[in-house]
Design a protein around this ligand. Sequence first.
Ligand SMILES: Cc1ncc(C[n+]2csc(CCOP(=O)(O)OP(=O)(O)O)c2C)c(N)n1
Ligand code: SF4
Ligand SMILES: [Mg+2]
Length: 348
Amino acid sequence: MSTTTSQPPRQNTNRIGLTVLDYRGGKTTLCAGCGHNAISERIIDAFFEMGVAPERVIKVSGIGCSSKSPAYFMGRSHSFNALHGRMPSVATGAALANHLLLALGVSGDGDTASIGIGQFVHLMRRNLPMIYIIENNGVYGLTKGQFSATSDAGAKSKSGVVNELQPVDCCVEAIQIGATFVARSFSGDKRQLHTMLKAALSHRGSVMLDVISPCTTFNDHEGSTKSYKFVKDHEEPLHDVDFVPHFHSIDVDYDEGSSLNVTMHDGSSLRLKKLEHDYDPTNKVEAVKRLIQSHDAEEVLTGVLYVNTTAPNFIDMINMTDEPLATLPESVTRPSRQALEECMEELR
Ligand SMILES: Cc1ncc(C[n+]2csc(CCOP(=O)(O)OP(=O)(O)O)c2C)c(N)n1
Ligand code: SF4
Ligand SMILES: [Mg+2]
């Protein structure tokens, strides 16, 4: 009789020796099929693959089903669930207190474009280094499906009410005001979203990802423009998005011709392979024009809409100390009595 010793199954580890389980969080309490759950899965995969230490990440969110979702991934990271629409000011404080942390914001269309629009635009205009994800379902899911400010004019609610107001396009707002990596994707497009998230991790400025994320309970019916069916039928991808992390790039050859390569801040390559469009994502005016045209044509334009890897971010602009403010000793951060007296003297 032969004996075999049973070995525990070998798990794949990333470049910092962690398994994908190290990137998981609590069990989701969102509805089955909710787009937000799919986005959480993509976040887990992208952070695992890029080998980001969970302890280096601060997750920030507002209020909503979407804003609950950081509880369902990266349980080992720092986390702060702010007030409705107020995540940007908390994110700004956290990023300034410790610029070595990687800030990841998760918000909803209501949280960002309705109550939070004032905070949102000021975060984007500062080009604060962070990844800001809008899980966009066109409704206030948590409070039972009222239209949000991203709901399209003419869209029908589950109870048959027609929205008469024009939508806020968060991509247009973000591009116009200063964000430096702006993209739109769909929670059902696994490959595109996964690739965009990996590229976002290599960017040092405000990344704004507007992800159409259907609410299966309140906004997935006929007449909705944020349903799975509508997005699948009307999606217009600008390009095929590919990404080569800096730690792999030595082994990779690029096809010339129909692709545009963008070198990211850490040396990684974002590769945008043209589809039928001749689209330049470094041209701000063109990006806004295409978004407006696609809105008029009732298309859901997806892809990397705008990217600028040369603009200074807020941490550079304010000449931040190399050592994070959070860990500087009080002897450095607290002005001496003499310095205060000199200051008072100047004001006399
Ligand atoms: C100051 C304040 N106003 C209103 C509410 C009620 N409220 C909670 S969540 C929410 C909307 C959430 O919508 P969204 O951000 O789109 O998230 P979703 O649930 O759709 O993911 C509202 C209006 C609140 N919590 N706080
Ligand atoms: S109500 Fe809508 S947004 Fe909220 S968890 Fe359910 S499906 Fe998702
Ligand atoms: Mg919503």
